[in-house]
Design a binder for this molecule. Structure first.
Ligand code: OX2
Length: 809
C-alpha cells in the first residue's frame, strides 16, 4: 500500500477527529488504537472488495477452511506489516507524539481458540492470503473467548474473557448475508411440485446466523481474503415466539463461549449445537456464493474445496448432502460424488479421549434430518464394503456404532483426503489408529506437516533478529523462507555470532522487565532461559520438567557452593477447567516457584517463572527470549506441536523426544544441533504391549529419582499435601502412564549436556544460528502450498510471476 508519512498523519488525525470529535492529543491509547484500526480497515476495504470480486468474476476455485477455533493474536501490527506500512505508521505516530507500543498493547488478543489447533488455523489464514490463494475461514464468533487465567494461592482460577468489551475494529457485521440454521422438530415427506416426495422439516427451532467478516491481509500483495465468524441471534420475525429470558438465552448461548478443552472431547448438547450451527451456516453461505456463478452442480468441486479442521466441522458432510438432496433435488449418487470431491479432513490427535462421538439420541433429537442422512451414508458404506473387507473390518469402520455417531469415521468416509500433521503422526494414523480406514482407502491418506507464519513469529516478534538476517542474506527469505538456509554461511563469523548473542540478551532483558513489573519476580538476564509453553496436559509432560527442576534444587541445597549454570525455567500453560490432574500440576509448579524463588541459598542459580494467562501475545514476548525449547511429550502422543517450530525459528535449542514434528526438526537441523532423549515411539508401543513397565521398581532402584519424587510427599515443597500425594501416586503406584520415570535419567543427562554447551558461548550461538537457518521448511507458506496443490487444487492469483513462484525448497 502506498502511503507517505505526511498523508498518514493528516488522514489519521482527521479519522480520529471524525470519530471522537476531540483532539487526538487528549486521547487514550485505546481510542488511538480504535481510530487507527478503523483507518486501516477503510484503507484496505477497496482491496478487500476487489479480491472478492475477482474471485467471483473469474470463477476461480476457492477453499473454505472450517474450524471451530481461530487464534489470530493481535492484528494491528501484523496488518501494518502485511500492508507494507509498519515503519511509515510507526514514525508518523511518533511525530504525532503518540506511543506506538502502548497503542499496540491496547488491542485485546482474541482468545477464540485453545492452543495449537486454533493457532494453526490462523497461521494458515495468513499464509493463504500471503500466497495470493483464494481462501476463506469459517468459524464461530464467540462472545467470550478462552477464560482468562489467574493464579490464586498457586491455583488456577478462570475468569471470563469479555474480549468484545471495546468493540472490534476489524470485523464487519453483514446482516444481509445472514442465514437460518434449524434445530430439532420433525421430518416429514411432502409432495413437491414435480410429484416427488420431499423431506420437509416441521416445528424446528430457527436460529439466525449472522456473519461477521474480518479481512485477512496478504503480505504486501494487495490480497485481502475473508474470515467469516458466525453469531447466533433470534430471527426478528420470530421474536414473538420467545417469551422468557431463558428461551432467549438458549439462542445466545450457542455462540456465547468457546469450550475450554484442548485434546479432550466435550460431550455436551451445546457443543453439538455449536458444531452444527457454524457448519450449516458456512455451507449455506458457500451455496449462496456458488449459485451466483450460475454453474451447474457437477462443477461444484471444481470451484469449491471445503476443509474440515479436526472433526468438529464434520457435519459439513451431511449438511452439504442435505442441501443438495432436499433443496437442490440432486440424486443421492450425484450429491455424494460432489460432497466427497469437495471435502477434505485433517486429523490433529491420536488421543482416544479426544475422539468425538455423539450419542445417537442426542443427534436424532437435535438434528433429525441430518441424522437420517448420516444413517444413509452409513448404510451405504457398510453395504459397499462388506463384500470387500468382511464384517469385522467393515463394522469397525461404521459411522454409527455402539450407540454413537463417530465423527472421525464420518469425516473419513465423506472426504477425498485425510491428512495427519507431521510425518510420524501420519504414520501412526495409517498403521495404527486409523489402520482400518487406511486398508480401505490408502489413497486418501497423506501427510501435511504443520507450519508457522514467519511474519508473526519472526518479523514482528523479533524485529532485531530480522534486521540481522536481512543484513546478512538480504530480504528474499521473506518471500521464500527456504532462503533462510543462506544464514548457515555465517556459522564461523564471530561478529554474526556475537550479534546473535546480543539480540538474545536484549530480548531476555525485555522479558525480565515484564516479570519484574507484572509479577514482581526478578530474574537475571544472563541466566539460561528454558521455556515450556503449551497447554497443560499429562502427555506433554510438564511434570518431567518439574522433576528436573527439583533435582537441580536438591543439588544446590546439598552443596550451596556448587558452580551450576544459572537457569530460569519459564512456563506458560492453561489447564482445561475440568482437568483436575493438570490443575494439580499447575499448583505444584507454583508452589515450587514459591519455595525456590524465595530461597536465599539458591539465589539466582535457579528461578521459576510461571506466567499467568499464556496466549499469543505472551508467546510473542517469551519466544524471542528463549534459549532452550522443551518439547518433551511422550513419543507417539503429540501430533505435531508448533511451539517447537516457533522457538527454533528464534534461535532456541530444542530438548526433545522423537515425537510429532520434532522428528523432522531433527532431520533438518541435524542431531548435533538439538538434544534428544527418551523412549521412541516403537519402544513405548512395546512397553505398552507387553505390560513390562513397572515404575515402582524404578522408584525403588534409582536413589536419585526416589529422592526427587519424595519431595512431593515429604513436606519439602510447602502447601501441596493433596496435590503432591496425587501426583506421586500417579507416577509410582498408578503405572505412570506417560513413562516419566523411565525417561528421567536420559532427560537429566541431556540437560547436563545443555549446561555444558552453554559454557561455550560461541558454540552455543553456532547451534542457535543453525536452528534459525534450518527453520525455513517449517514456514506455513510451504505447508499451505502443499495443501493448495495436493488437496485443494487451488491456484495463486498473483500475476507477478516472481511472487507466484517464489516458494522453492
Ligand atoms: C493440536 C495438537 O495437540 C498439536 O500436536 C498440533 O500441533 C496442533 O493441534 C495443530 O495441528 N486439539 N489441539 C490439537 O489437536 C486437537 C484435537
Amino acid at each position: 500500500m502506498d502511503l507517505t508519512k505526511k498523508r498518514f498523519k493528516e488522514e489519521f488525525s482527521q479519522t480520529f477527529e471524525n470519530m471522537y470529535a476531540f483532539d487526538i492529543k487528549n486521547s487514550t491509547a485505546i481510542q488511538q488504537y480504535t481510530a487507527l484500526g478503523n483507518y486501516l480497515r477503510f484503507s484496505y476495504s477497496d482491496d478487500w472488495n476487489k479480491t472478492n470480486k475477482k474471485y467471483l468474476n473469474e470463477q476461480v476455485k476457492q477453499v473454505y477452511y472450517f474450524s471451530i477455533e481461530f487464534l489470530p493474536g493481535r492484528m494491528l501490527k501484523s496488518n501494518l506489516l502485511n500492508l507494507g506500512i509498519l515503519d511509515t505508521v510507526r514514525d508518523g505516530l511518533v511525530d504525532l507524539g503518540l506511543d506506538f507500543e502502548e497503542i499496540v498493547k491496547s488491542e485485546v488478543d482474541p482468545g477464540l481458540g485453545n492452543g495449537g489447533l486454533g493457532r494453526l488455523a490462523s497461521c494458515f489464514m495468513d499464509s493463504i492470503a500471503s500466497l495470493g490463494l483464494p481462501g476463506n475461514g469459517n468459524g464461530i464468533r464467540y462472545r467470550y473467548g478462552l477464560f482468562q487465567q489467574k493464579f490464586v494461592d498457586g491455583y488456577q482460577v478462570e475468569l471470563p474473557d469479555n474480549w468484545l468489551r471495546n468493540g472490534n475494529v476489524w470485523e464487519v457485521r453483514k446482516e444481509n448475508k445472514a442465514v437460518t440454521v434449524r434445530f430439532g422438530g420433525q421430518v416429514g415427506l411432502v409432495e413437491a411440485a414435480n410429484g416427488h416426495l420431499k423431506p420437509t422439516y416441521f416445528n424446528t427451532q430457527n436460529i439466525l446466523a449472522v456473519p461477521y467478516d474480518t479481512g485477512m491481509v496478504g503480505y504486501q500483495n494487495d490480497v485481502i481474503n475473508n474470515l467469516r465468524l458466525w453469531s447466533a441471534e433470534i430471527p426478528p420475525e420470530e421474536e414473538i415466539h420467545y417469551h422468557t429470558i431463558a428461551e432467549r438465552e438458549q439462542v445466545n448461548q450457542i455462540t456465547e463461549v468457546l469450550y475450554p478443552d484442548d485434546s479432550n472431547h466435550e460431550g455436551q448438547t451445546l457443543r453439538l449445537r455449536q458444531e452444527y450451527f457454524f457448519t450449516s451456516a458456512g455451507i449455506q453461505s458457500v451455496i449462496q456464493y456458488y449459485k451466483q456463478t450460475g454453474l451447474s452442480w457437477q462443477n461444484f468441486p471444481d470451484k469449491i474445496a471445503i476443509h474440515i479442521n479436526d472433526t468438529h466441522p464434520s457435519l459439513a458432510i451431511p449438511e452439504l448432502m442435505r442441501v443438495l438432496l432436499d433443496e437442490e433435488d440432486l440424486s443421492w449418487e450425484q450429491a455424494w460424488e460432489i460432497t466427497k470431491k469437495t471435502m477434505s479432513y485433517t486429523n490433529h490427535t491420536v488421543l482416544q479421549e479426544a475422539m468425538e462421538k455423539w450419542p445417537i439420541d442426542m443427534v436424532k433429537k437435535l438434528l433429525p434430518r441430518i441424522y437420517q442422512v448420516i444413517e444413509e451414508i452409513n448404510r451405504r458404506h457398510i453395504e459397499k464394503k462388506l463384500s470387500l473387507y468382511g464384517s469385522d473390518l467393515t463394522y469397525r469402520t461404521a459411522i454409527i456404532a455402539d450407540g454413537y455417531v463417530k465423527m472421525a469415521h464420518l469425516a473419513i468416509v465423506g472426504s477425498h483426503s485425510v491428512n495427519g500433521v507431521a510425518k510420524l503422526h501420519t504414520e501412526i494414523l495409517m498403521h495404527d489408529v486409523l489402520n482400518d480406514f487406511y486398508q480401505m482407502y490408502p489413497a486418501k491418506f497423506n501427510n501435511k506437516t504443520n507450519g508457522i507464519t514467519q511474519r508473526r513469529w519472526l518479523h514482528l516478534a523479533n524485529e532485531e533478529l530480522t534486521k540481522l538476517i536481512d543484513s546478512k542474506i538480504g530480504t528474499d527469505w521473506k518471500t521464500n523462507p527456504a532462503e533462510l538456509k543462506l544464514f548457515k554461511a555465517f556459522i564461523a563469523d564471530q561478529e554474526t555470532l556475537d550479534k546473535l548473542g546480543t539480540i538474545k540478551l536484549v530480548n531476555k532483558e525485555k522479558f525480565a522487565a515484564y516479570t519484574k513489573n507484572e509479577m514482581g519476580i526478578e530474574i537475571n538476564p544472563e541466566a539460561l532461559f528454558d521455556v515450556q509453553i503449551k497447554r497443560l496436559h499429562a502427555y506433554k509432560r510438564q511434570l518431567l520438567n518439574v522433576l528436573h527442576i527439583i533435582d537441580r534444587y536438591l543439588k544446590i541445597k546439598e552443596d550451596p557452593t556448587l558452580a551450576i549454570q544459572p537457569r530460569v525455567f519459564i512456563f506458560g500453560a492453561k489447564a482445561a477447567p475440568s482437568y483436575s490432574y493438570a490443575k494439580q500440576i499447575i499448583k505444584l509448579i507454583n508452589a515450587l516457584a514459591e519455595l525456590i524463588n524465595n530461597d536465599q541459598e539458591v539465589d539466582d542459580k535457579l528461578k521459576i517463572v510461571f506466567v499467568e494467562n499464556y496466549g499469543v501475545s505472551l508467546a510473542e514476548l517469551i519466544i524471542p527470549a528463549a534459549e532452550v525449547s522443551e518439547q518433551i511429550s511422550l513419543a507417539g502422543k503429540e501430533a505435531s506441536g508448533t511451539s517447537n517450530m516457533k522457538l527454533m525459528l528464534n534461535g532456541a535449542l530444542t530438548i526433545a523426544t522423537l515425537d510429532g514434528a520434532n522428528v523432522e526438526i531433527r532431520d533438518f537441523v541435524g542431531e548435533d544441533n538439538l538434544f534428544l532423549f527418551g523412549l521412541n515411539d516403537q519402544e513405548v508401543q512395546i512397553l505398552n504391549k507387553n505390560g513390562s513397565y513397572h515404575p515402582r521398581e524404578i522408584y525403588e532402584t534409582n536413589p536419585r529419582l526416589k529422592q526427587v519424587l519424595n519431595t512431593l510427599i515429604d513436606g519439602t515443597i510447602p502447601d501441596i499435601e493433596m496435590e503432591g500425594r496425587v501426583i506421586f501416586d500417579s507416577l509410582v503406584y498408578h503405572n505412570d502412564e506417560y513413562f516419566l520415570l523411565k525417561d528421567f535419567d536420559s532427560y537429566i543427562q541431556a540437560q547436563e549436556e545443555i549446561d555444558l554447551l552453554y559454557q561455550n558461548k560461541t558454540k552455543w550461538n553456532q547451534k542457535s544460528l543453525m536452528n534459525i537457518a534450518s527453520s525455513g521448511p517449517f514456514s506455513a507458506d510451504f505447508t499451505i502450498q502443499r495443501y493448495a496443490e495436493e488437496i485443494w487444487k487451488i491456484d495463486s492469483q498473483l500475476i507477478d510471476v516472481h511472487q507466484k513462484l517464489f516458494l522453492t525448497e
